[in-house]
Design a protein around this ligand. Structure first.
Ligand SMILES: *[C@@H]1O[C@H](CO)[C@@H](O)[C@H](O)[C@H]1NC(C)=O
Ligand SMILES: *[C@@H]1O[C@H](CO)[C@@H](O)[C@H](O)[C@H]1NC(C)=O
Ligand SMILES: *[C@@H]1O[C@H](CO)[C@@H](O)[C@H](O)[C@H]1NC(C)=O
Length: 277
């Protein structure tokens, strides 16, 4: 009898412990219902939505539900899964909601950014807003510089920029390496070498238009190489030099080199672990 009570108590404690451990770090980009999260089953504990972007939260606050670990990025999701919204848990962070593109060249892509010409978001946001993400993971969004940095430091990543021109032709630009430096170094961008169909609009030899090796700038934190403030002049935050040949974080004027200069219909930025050959 005493043993049964002890067992029941142990179960209750285990249950309450799990309820406390599932915590979504970035509910600010998720306005849907939990059934939209494809790897959250009805048996999982209900996430405790954190407020204030979780600043100051300790990684030790969170553990995956018993017997489960969360994928560290979208490449750890089974490859026959559909594209959609998933929970991932990069090393040292609580769970993040993110869109996973599972149908583009073998899938497993973690989506950092999605934008459309007729977007409902302004993109002209502050450093702090770019740091923790904005928009809506269902459609147009920016995942957040800090989360991108934390994901990208786990493994060696490649990046794909997907661009649709104004008549809907889709092209892409791949760089075989993608890395960011930390916030104290302005989230400086580090790209590998280009292949693709859209043209290389990121690693130009012209210092006026290059984006590779640039720090990120927003209207309230000018880290570009121009005498003025590119982010104030052109809207959204970006790895500006003086100022740009590509700019995807903008309302209405999405630009990718000469493929669609100011009139691109849509863009996306995706990363996954680099392939070695
Ligand atoms: C979430 O945001 C999108 C885009 O703003 C909107 O279309 C949708 O209705 C919102 N969903 C909910 C449940 O609020
Ligand atoms: C992947 O599939 C989803 C849903 O079927 C679709 O909305 C999305 O556009 C596809 N992505 C690409 C890049 O083809
Ligand atoms: C979009 O790209 C396709 C393929 O390169 C091209 O044929 C078409 O003219 C482009 N659309 C515009 C408006 O430039």
């Amino acid at each position: 009898m005493a043993a049964q009570h002890l067992l029941l108590l142990t179960c209750l404690l285990a249950l309450s412990a799990t309820v406390l451990t599932l915590e979504i770090e970035n509910p600010n980009i998720f306005n849907g219902t939990l059934d939209k999260i494809l790897n959250l089953s009805p048996r999982d504990p209900v996430p405790v939505h954190s407020l204030g972007h979780g600043r100051g939260k300790r990684a030790s606050d969170t553990r995956p539900p018993a017997g489960r670990t969360w994928p560290k990025d979208c490449s750890e999701i089974p490859s026959d899964s559909p594209s959609g919204i998933y929970l991932i848990q990069p090393t040292g962070l609580p769970q993040l909601v993110v869109y996973c593109d599972m149908n583009q060249t073998a899938g497993g892509w973690t989506v950092l950014q999605r934008n459309r010409h007729n977007t409902h978001i302004t993109w002209a946001e502050s450093w702090t807003t770019y740091k923790y993400g904005f928009g809506n993971v269902h459609d147009d969004y920016w995942l957040g510089m800090e989360y991108i940095y934390q994901i990208a430091k786990q493994k060696v990543y490649q990046v794909r920029f997907v661009i649709h021109n104004s008549t809907g032709t889709m092209k892409y630009a791949d760089y075989n390496l993608f890395g960011l430096e930390d916030e104290s170094n302005g989230y400086r961008l580090r790209l590998g070498s280009y292949t693709g169909t859209a043209g290389d609009a990121m690693t130009s030899n012209d210092p006026t238009y290059v984006h590779d090796n640039m720090k990120f700038s927003t209207k309230d934190l000018d880290q570009d190489t121009y005498s003025g403030n590119c982010a104030s002049s052109y809207g959204g935050g970006w790895w500006y030099s003086a100022c740009y040949s590509a700019q995807l974080n903008v309302k209405g004027g999405i630009t990718w080199g000469s493929f669609c200069s100011g009139n691109c219909q849509a863009s996306a930025i995706l990363i996954k672990p680099a392939s070695y050959c």
